[in-house]
Design a protein around this ligand. Structure first.
Ligand SMILES: Cc1cc2nc3c(=O)[nH]c(=O)nc-3n(C[C@H](O)[C@H](O)[C@H](O)COP(=O)(O)OP(=O)(O)OC[C@H]3O[C@@H](n4cnc5c(N)ncnc54)[C@H](O)[C@@H]3O)c2cc1C
Length: 462
């Protein structure tokens, strides 16, 4: 199947360099060797030009580390890259990894390339790499948007007000974009003479040990990185728990969620591949499928839309809508019956045993169910000295402990706690007209069973 034209963005519209030795692909967002439109585009072009493909990855380390990334995130990332490299090897695609910024490695390898292919993320730091690359590289550059179902600007040319305004725009395009991606045969295998890797990623633990990073947040046993593991998990999920997604997706103890978010965050699986598998699932009815695709496509791509079209998406002043900031400011002097420091929050030392359990799941295992993330975030707003400080704390904790943190979804959903993509509700203390979530929401599921589950999960990490 051809790659949809809407996924392609030509960033430097010149002919491929005639004396190029390879097609280089900066595999920075889509960390996978299969189901990756940017990689398949690179293979297709390389076949046409009679050249091999060289994929590359710039590993940010030490003072230049990726903002807020720690040992937990890097362990998962490196496991994923080891798996991607094994997949690339089998296909005859070269892979070069260096301790360098993604922009620097791409600029350097592009010097001898006929064509540079980029994949696409939406965070400010990723956009800054693309800007540096476009300024420095003289050869043809094509960017391929393959970590969303519908390319962000194709879906909408503006910041969307809410899911209800983006949903119809996405739905119109789903038939075009939820389509299988044919794997191209590599005609010219990577061999000797191509640049070689500075880093041996076949031993991700050794690479991690050699890095200079924040090790206070440890890697987790609960999730192993990589596309092979992502596909194994997806298949097991669709063969079992998925059948109750529609009815039980808001029950954290029921284990009906897919746990795909870390794999999506690191580009270790394609959302299109997940959507196709969900549509084809034998278990699960129409309601389960519709509900899952609503989260995977509408909610996730609403987050991409927000981050793409909001300068300063990580700040309270820019990410939170005006009506919400106004109502929260009006209540800023309301007494806080419970007030905690950020350390107390991080350690789960509040009066609320269920909140503490959710925090423990996050801190020790890197994950929390969506229903609890909402409760967790609303309580931080309630227990913080000001909404601005609550926002900053929520984002810091979110990005520090979640494996799927530092994502478009992180920034957008933390802002949702403060009113983004939502509407005013009945006025109350501290929250004003921003949606409140009471302890009653814990009655909608078996909270005691959840406590036991978390104890078990945390014991397994110890
Ligand atoms: C305060 C708060 C913070 C959050 N922080 C993050 C974060 O850092 N990273 C992150 O990826 N998600 C975040 N979310 C969204 C959501 O909670 C997670 O995506 C979801 O819980 C991941 O688990 P899962 O893969 O098992 O989800 P499933 O229920 O199996 O859903 C499948 C996929 O749909 C998408 N999805 C599900 N719920 C949402 C949602 N509410 N918004 C957008 N996409 C969704 C995710 O990509 C998810 O992997 C946050 C939500 C809240 C309320």
């Amino acid at each position: 199947m051809a790659i949809q034209a809407g996924r392609l963005n030509i960033l430097n519209d010149v002919a491929p360099r005639a004396d190029g030795a390879y097609v280089v692909y900066l595999l920075q967002q889509a960390n996978r060797a299969h189901g990756n439109p940017a990689l398949e585009y690179a293979v297709e072009e390389a076949n046409r030009l009679g050249l091999p493909v060289l994929a590359c990855f710039g590993l940010l380390d030490g003072a230049n580390g990726f903002p807020e990334a720690n040992a937990r995130h890097y362990a998962f990332l490196l496991q994923g890259l080891a798996d991607a490299k094994a997949g690339l090897d089998k296909r005859g695609i070269g892979f070069v990894m260096r301790k360098a910024s993604p922009a620097d490695i791409a600029i350097d390898l592009a010097k001898n390339a006929a064509l540079l292919v980029l994949d696409r993320g939406y965070l400010a730091i990723q956009k800054s790499w693309y800007g540096q690359i476009v300024d420095a590289v003289k050869t043809r550059i094509v960017q391929v948007e393959g970590d969303v179902v519908v390319p962000v600007a194709v879906a909408s040319g503006k910041h969307e007000y809410a899911a209800r305004t983006l949903r119809p725009k996405l739905h119109k395009l789903l038939d075009e974009y939820i389509a299988p991606l044919t794997q191209r045969q590599v005609k010219h295998k990577a061999g000797r003479g191509l640049p070689t890797s500075e880093i041996d990623i076949s031993d991700p633990d050794a690479v991690l040990a050699g890095m200079s990073l924040d090790r206070d947040v440890a890697p987790v046993r609960r999730f192993i990185g990589g596309e092979t593991e992502a596909r194994r998990r997806l298949a097991a999920y669709l063969a079992g728990p998925f059948a109750s997604y529609g009815a039980e997706r808001n029950k954290p103890e029921a284990a009906a969620a897919s746990h795909m978010s870390p794999y999506l965050h690191f580009g270790q699986i394609s959302p299109v591949e997940i959507a196709l598998a969900v549509r084809a699932a034998k278990k699960g009815g129409d309601a389960d499928k519709a509900s899952y695709l609503e989260e995977l496509i509408v909610r996730r791509e609403l987050a991409m839309n927000h981050v793409h079209y909001t300068k300063g998406y990580d700040s309270y002043a820019h990410a939170v809508p005006e009506w919400a900031r106004k109502t929260l400011a009006e209540q800023a002097d309301d007494p806080r019956p419970h007030a905690y420091t950020e350390r107390q929050l991080a350690e789960g030392e509040t009066h609320d045993i269920y909140w503490n359990a959710a925090q423990a799941e996050m801190r020790e295992t890197g994950y929390m169910h969506n229903h609890l993330r909402m409760y967790w975030g609303k309580k931080i707003l309630e227990w913080s000295p000001s909404p601005e400080e609550g926002f900053r704390r929520t984002l810091r904790l979110n990005n520090r402990y979640f494996l799927d943190g530092r994502d478009a979804n992180s920034f957008t959903n933390v802002a949702w706690i403060y009113g983004l993509h939502d509407r005013p509700w009945a006025r109350r203390k501290i929250f004003g007209t921003v949606r409140y979530q009471s302890e009653n929401s814990l009655r909608k599921f078996d909270a005691k069973a959840y406590l036991k589950t978390v104890e078990k999960l945390c014991r397994a990490e110890a």
